[in-house]
Design a binder for this molecule. Structure first.
Ligand code: BTN
Length: 327
């Protein structure tokens, strides 16, 4: 359930006066509705998990907002104009936000539509892997995009998302986030986040792209199973303090919108430059596991389509579109 119209306005008014009582009379005057209607809307807002005290002669006091990725929370202070502004769908539990976003996109959802979940029963990663996260501890979301680009350049969306996420993490949390080609965000060699980009084409043009992010935010180290404890981490584990998931999501969406606009208007150059700074893969010796073979060589560059260029030990120049890289 999301709030609409007057309810959203009422919540915004209470939020802007957090810590202060606001009388029913004042609210009724400001919103242009009866005091009985105010009381009804307050019950609905409480139903979402907000704690609101009420006292005769004093009015209403917002004391606590739920730690949920509700549209009401995300929109409050969101500085974007498209990303998250054209519809937010919140799920307490869904199979996969990418799947939900794909369905919405197929039904015509506009660019910037955001699907968020507190938990997923079938979170998907690349190559058929799964993405596991305990309820309420991470950021699990997908964005509907409708880029005017050649499908062969879709890899740039993943690179651009990685740059946006790494930059937002560095800015908001101070942790030294790095990008691992093509879709991982690491800290100190441990994975903090993964990106799953899925594209639908019509004829030779992109119909829509779904970019999904799984980011471990307030996951305690013990929550990672022993077999992945050495390779997975969270914002909380890295910074020793819990973090606001809403604030991180807002920062990621802002950064994303800026880079997405740059990609559309100026092309990929500045994003690729930033990607190279945040990744440190160029020049390294790597082993790349692909579907049918494994190669070793040195990364010479990443090209304008976001493809990894590797020269093998035998001197062969390869364009790697997809694979698992170790270095
Ligand atoms: C990977 O590391 O291979 C990518 C993981 C992507 C996981 C996110 S969680 C939100 C969105 N919904 C999904 O089913 N997958 C992505």
């Amino acid at each position: 359930m999301t709030l609409s119209g007057k309810r959203q306005d009422l919540l915004s008014t209470l939020r802007s006066r957090t810590g202060h009582w606001v009388s029913g009379e004042e609210l009724s005057g400001e919103l242009g509705i009866s005091r009985a209607a105010i009381s009804k809307h307050i019950s609905a807002i409480k139903g979402l998990g907000y704690a609101i005290s009420s006292a005769p002669g004093k009015g209403y006091l917002l004391t606590e907002a739920p730690d949920l990725l509700l549209a009401e929370e995300i929109l409050f202070g969101l500085g974007t104009s498209v990303m998250g502004k054209n519809g937010i769908v919140h799920h307490h539990l869904t199979d996969s936000t990418n799947t939900r976003a794909r369905e919405l996109a197929r039904d015509g959802a506009p660019e910037g539509t955001l699907v968020v979940a507190e938990s997923q029963s079938a979170g998907r990663g690349r190559k058929g892997r799964s993405w596991l996260a305990r309820p309420g501890e991470g950021l699990l979301f997908s964005l509907v995009l409708r880029p005017d680009m050649d499908p062969s350049r879709a890899a740039l969306i993943t690179l651009m998302t990685a740059v946006s996420v790494a930059e937002a993490l560095i800015r908001e949390t101070g942790i030294d986030a790095r990008i691992k080609w093509p879709n991982d965000i690491l800290v100190g060699g441990r994975k903090l986040a993964g990106i799953l980009t899925e594209m639908s084409m019509e004829l030779d043009a992109v119909d829509y792209v779904i970019t999904g992010l799984g980011l471990n935010v307030n996951t305690p180290t013990e929550a990672f199973s022993p077999d992945i404890r050495d390779i997975a981490t969270s914002v909380m584990a890295e910074s020793s303090a819990p973090f606001s998931r809403v604030a991180l999501l807002q920062a990621i969406l802002s950064s994303f919108e800026t880079h997405y606009h740059t990609l559309a208007t100026q092309g990929p150059e500045s994003i690729l430059t930033r990607w190279k700074e945040l990744s440190d893969i160029v020049g390294r010796r790597v082993r790349v596991s692909m579907m049918r073979e494994e190669i070793e060589g040195r990364v010479t560059d990443i090209d304008a389509d976001g493809v990894l260029l590797v020269t093998t030990d035998a001197g062969e120049a390869l364009r790697i579109l997809s694979g698992d890289v170790t270095y």
